[in-house]
Ligand binder design. Structure first.
Ligand code: LLP
Length: 423
């Protein structure tokens, strides 16, 4: 459930009509709902009830400081993949002791900074990374807490670009190799084994692949225990899907209930803290991209609705053929319905937000691209020298600018002309 609803034919974000936001702040812009973010976060914590747990929001999904700050206030931990994300978390008031650091190519300086601020855990993805981390920790006179990200080789049944738990993905350590790598981790003097983790993919719409992965991880924990290696936490990554169109993904409650049921039959489960790294399921349906129709362009085989947001603002449709709902913001005008490809201003045929959409719209009308709160702004670029859109957070009847629209001068910040002599 989210807080974007129609009232008398006009789409609202919480108590604010979207046309007012467009008038005050211009388009395109991302509009987030604070209540929806909070609700989605609490769905996880409530589902896990009394079982020891930590929800580490995946910063990559939406890294706006206001989003991070809100989740930090609600008690969230964070899953980061770069020092940039770490600094954002710190800036937003996040607790470094609740941060887990994922990613296949952590650099020495990134490891050093994370050790310095005292993160909860490094999710290590290879033997070489383990050795690098040990060296960096030694140099700093620290002991690095580690978890190994294993690749359980389960098919998440999702888009190939966002499936990560198969043998031929670059992520994680094969389950069969994991015992040996854990033994190495236990031997390295500047590492402390604290966890086991996996992340099998994103936008999963069934619980079965998660349960398959859990089964394999529990079997691995049993074998580790035989070798005297006992972990404090099990991190099952993120990946829970959302409804973009007609998907019916399990809710956090169903997901957690299924996991806890299986876990309850595993010896020692009450001492095993569960970690999750949800991104999309918290942020996606907490945001829309608000855009205005510039022109309607009828064609012989297609009609185009050319809008002021493009693939540089929201790349998911172009990159993954992702389907996101596109809805008129004001339905009170009796427009004629037509079939449109909703396309942006970027000079690429792949620049579309949606294809073959039945819409009753006219030039100048506002459209909302739904489910744009995750992997929206964070993947925006300046392609075609387009300033990135503003981001706004609605809280009841108030609107906060949480990132102002980029200015033209910012497009060339850091660039330089060749010196006169070099021309
Ligand atoms: N943990 C790790 C290690 C991850 O790689 C990811 C996402 C997450 C957690 C969060 O997964 P989520 O709960 O959001 O599914 N740009 C793509 C999605 C890429 C996901 C990458 N990893 C999209 O727009 O669909």
């Amino acid at each position: 459930m989210d807080h974007f609803n129609y009232r008398d034919g006009v789409l609202y974000a919480e108590d604010v009509p979207l046309p007012r936001i467009a008038a005050d702040h211009g388009t395109p812009c991302y509009v987030y709902s604070k209540a929806t973010l909070a609700r989605h976060f609490r769905a996880y914590t409530e589902a896990l009830g009394g079982h020891p747990h930590l929800i580490c929001y995946a910063v990559k999904a939406n890294s706006n400081l206001a989003v991070l700050g809100l989740l930090a206030r609600l008690g969230a931990g964070f899953d980061i993949v770069s020092v940039g994300e770490l600094e954002r978390v710190l800036k937003a008031g996040g607790d470094p002791a609740k941060v887990v650091f994922s990613g296949v190519a952590k650099q020495e300086a990134e490891m050093a900074r994370a050790l310095e601020v005292g993160i909860k855990c490094f999710n290590v993805e290879s033997r070489s990374e383990l050795e690098r981390l040990n060296r960096v920790a030694e140099r700093l006179g620290r002991v690095a807490p580690v978890s190994l990200r294993v690749n359980p080789d389960v098919d998440a049944g999702t888009h190939p670009y966002i499936s990560t738990g198969l043998k031929d993905n670059k992520f994680g350590i094969a389950v069969d190799e994991a015992l040996e790598v854990y033994a190495l981790a236990a031997r390295l003097p500047h590492l402390k084994v604290v966890g086991l983790d996996c992340h099998i993919g994103s936008q999963l719409t069934e619980t079965a692949p998660f349960l398959d992965a859990l089964e394999r991880l529990l079997a691995l924990l049993d074998r580790l225990r035989e070798q005297g290696i006992v972990v404090e936490h099990l991190d099952l990554g993120g990946g829970l899907g959302v409804t973009y169109r007609d998907e019916r993904p399990p809710q956090p409650f169903d997901y957690a209930t299924a996991l806890l049921e299986r876990l309850s039959r595993w010896e020692g489960s009450e001492r095993l803290t569960l970690l999750f790294e949800p991104g999309r399921s918290i942020a996606a349906n907490a945001g829309v991209l608000l855009t205005r129709v510039e022109f309607l362009k009828p064609g012989e085989t297609k009609n185009f609705a050319i809008v002021d947001a493009g693939m540089n603002d929201l790349i998911r449709p172009s990159l993954y053929q992702a389907w996101q709902a596109i809805v008129p913001v004001d339905t009170r005008n009796a427009r004629q319905t037509g079939l449109y490809d909703v396309v942006g201003p970027v000079c690429e045929t792949g620049d579309f937000l949606g294809k073959d959409r039945e819409l009753a719209i006219g030039e100048g009308d506002l459209l909302a691209v739904r489910s744009a709160g995750a992997y929206g702004f964070v993947m925006a670029s300046n392609y075609n020298s387009r300033p990135r859109p503003a981001e706004l957070m609605v809280d009841g009847d108030r609107v906060h600018v949480v990132r102002r629209r980029e200015r033209l001068e910012e497009l060339w910040t850091g660039e330089a002309l060749l010196p006169a002599g070099a021309l």
